[in-house]
Design a protein around this ligand. Structure first.
Ligand SMILES: *Cc1c(COP(=O)(O)O)cnc(C)c1O
Length: 420
């Protein structure tokens, strides 16, 4: 087998192409190959992937069980549309209900979609319809409470309630019916509930915002306020769910059972987009034939991969090992804060938000000045990560990473912080 062939001319970055829209600012690396926690670029350099596709690659690149499931299904049946049933649709729904059903507040139902944003849209539509048909909110007046700093996707409705100006500006007119409250403040949220409120939509841990973990009393108090006012609690676990926090759902960390959960990213095993809403059957049951749907939602290939993903999580051992690995890793990261190499670290399971010290540090500070700078230094030493909101980087190693590889990546991080 030949190694990666040398490239004749330097490959232009996606940002310099006149043919690709410029909606991302990637790090200067072009990947050709990935296996497990490792990826290889066009020049044959290898990197440890500590981004894991924003948790879409929770099981690493090309996990053998997931690739095998996809290959087998490619030789059988790939798409039917929902006009016809296929033999994996009900097994997928039952398996996902088996995994996540016990973690939600009531007998579960599953509604499969494709992308995360579609799952969030589905939850919003179900909550509104439930509000009108079951709770009795006057037609057209339903409100949903969301948190500042949220990230729920990129559709016009979802960016309508974003507090990130880059995500929102220029895309109006905005969808009404959302009330933004400070993240982590359960009293403010409870006070914002009124007779029009049908749901509260939250990330139990805010991923895109930089792995922001709320105060321990927050989610239980939100659950209580929702229950008291007959308001649905929708937890967006598209990034936090499916093992990332050392539990199947992040909500479990606080013993909270949401009414609806959105899942995505890792549900597609790093192979294709697969998302779903899992939650109370009496809520998802308001969606009837013709009221909502998706051509590709729950397609055979998605269900085959999704079933294999659920199988990987079904005995809880991957979640347990992520928790154990994350605890030891987290202590090391906390040590970097104690040593003055990082300003702060927030973490849960195998997930961490790191704030760089930045240019305010006393001279002669030669460490990274912002998140992008740290990511470029990590790239140079063979570790992939991505910055968010200026001073922060987010680390999300594959849950399947070996302790040795995680140590190696953390050694390289320490080197990038200590020896710039
Ligand atoms: C990524 C993400 C989404 C959107 O998922 P897409 O598949 O990119 O549409 C929604 N919510 C959260 C919490 C996410 O992290």
């Amino acid at each position: 087998m030949t190694l990666v062939s040398p490239v004749a001319a330097p490959l232009s970055s996606s940002e310099s192409s006149p043919f690709l829209a410029h909606n991302y600012h990637p790090l200067p690396v072009t990947l050709v190959d990935g296996l497990g926690s490792w990826v290889t670029d066009v020049e044959g350099r290898r990197y440890l992937d500590l981004l894991s596709g924003y948790s879409a690659l929770n099981f690493g690149h090309r996990h053998p069980a997931l690739v095998a499931a996809a290959h087998a299904q490619l030789d059988r049946l790939t798409l039917t549309s929902r006009a016809f049933d296929h033999d994996l649709l009900v097994p997928f729904a039952e398996a996902l209900a088996g995994l996540v059903g016990p973690l939600v507040a009531g007998p579960p139902m599953v509604l499969p979609m494709n992308t995360g944003a579609e799952a969030v849209e589905t939850a919003i539509k179900a909550a509104r319809k439930w509000g009108y048909e079951v709770k009795g909110v006057p037609d057209g007046r339903a409100t949903i409470i969301v948190a500042d700093g949220n990230f729920h996707g990129r559709t016009t409705t979802i960016v309508s309630f974003s507090t990130d100006e880059d995500a929102r500006r220029g895309f109006g007119p905005y969808t009404p019916g959302f009330r933004i409250q400070p993240y982590g403040d359960a009293a403010a949220l409870a006070a914002a509930i009124d007779e029009t409120t049908v749901a509260v939509l939250l990330e139990p841990i805010q991923g895109e915002q930089g792995v922001v973990v709320p105060p321990p009393s927050y989610l239980p108090a939100v659950r209580e306020a929702c229950t008291a006012a007959d308001v649905l609690l929708i937890c967006d676990e598209i990034q936090s769910g499916l093992g990332r926090t050392g539990t199947t759902l992040a909500s479990e960390l606080w013993g909270v059972r949401p009414d609806l959960v959105t899942l995505g990213k890792a549900l597609g095993g790093g192979i294709l987009p697969v998302s779903a809403v899992v939650g109370r059957a009496d809520v998802l049951g308001v969606l009837t034939a013709g009221t909502h749907g998706s051509t590709f939602g729950g397609n055979p290939l998605a269900c085959a991969v999704g079933l294999a993903v659920i199988d990987l999580l079904s005995d809880g051992s991957l979640q347990a090992s992520a928790a154990a690995l994350g605890a030891a890793w987290g202590e090391r990261l906390d040590g970097f804060v104690a040593d003055g190499l990082l300003a702060s670290v927030r973490r849960a399971g195998l997930w961490a938000g790191l704030d760089v010290v930045g240019p305010v540090a006393p001279a002669p500070w030669t460490g990274p000045v912002d998140g992008r700078d740290l990511c470029e230094r990590l790239l140079a030493v063979g570790v992939l990560a991505k910055d968010t909101h200026g001073a922060t980087i987010r680390l999300a190693p594959p849950l399947t990473i070996t302790p040795q590889d995680l140590d190696l990546a953390t050694d390289r991080l320490e080197g990038a912080l200590r020896h710039p």
